[in-house]
Design a protein around this ligand. Sequence first.
Ligand code: NAD
Length: 245
Amino acid sequence: MIVTGAASAGGLGFATARLLAQEGHTVYLTDLDGDAAAARAEELRASGFTATGLAQDVTDEAGWRALVARVTTETSRIDGLVNNAGIAVLRWMADLDPASWDRQIDVNLKSVYLGCRAVLPIMEAQGSGAIVNLSSIAGLVGIPGASAYAASKGGVRLYSKSIALEVAAKGIRVNSVHPGVIWTDMQKVAIEDNPAQYDAINASIPMKRMGEPDDIGNMIAFLLSDRAKYVTGGEFVVDGGLTAQ
Ligand code: NAD
């Protein structure tokens, strides 16, 4: 199993990698911060799991080829990919310059295409595999001040459905997961300038709390497992009821 953006200790990628390792999978944790990815993998190995941490820029096509070559050399197969790495460019339209737009789309959307492009030939040869792409509730509803982020995540949603249809008959499943507000570094950065927003966000969520990384990791682990063997092209909202209102 490959999980991108898995170096952040309190992030969704590491929570997912840990849950997958606990289920007995060999896990590759990749991240722009290769040292931190290696440290997270070491933590998992110290708990008796099989994990490798590697540096990867998910926007780099050659890096994807190198990753897939390494994983297939070491394990002969790729059963799952979690396209989790992401950034949040939170700018109002007046401040949204073209370079920031391009960076947002490259890291959150083009990376998902590059990841799928890299692993699908392996999964097709195996006749099996599952991919989970991280979208967001921002891929379902508009968010003022986050138009580039929302565009990237909306793209992930429909890219996932389209690819799911292309490979459904080949034994490969592709789904998107849509977290609400989850307490990770990304969220801390988003509200660090406005602590009052923390209470306001919790109050706005029907379950009255932000999500925990494991809330998302458990959904991803389910979608990658055989328990979800008839699930493809779906969008899975994990948001404490936020978008049900
Ligand atoms: P995070 O910031 O804690 O972790 C993201 C990781 O991605 C970091 O370790 C970072 O180094 C890595 N990364 C960034 N750019 C990269 C690149 N070019 N190549 C490789 N790695 C790169 O974020 P998180 O909150 O754990 O979010 C994980 C995913 O979930 C993201 O796609 C995010 O958009 C999505 N999401 C998060 C929330 C939330 O509330 N936290 C809500 C909805 C969706």
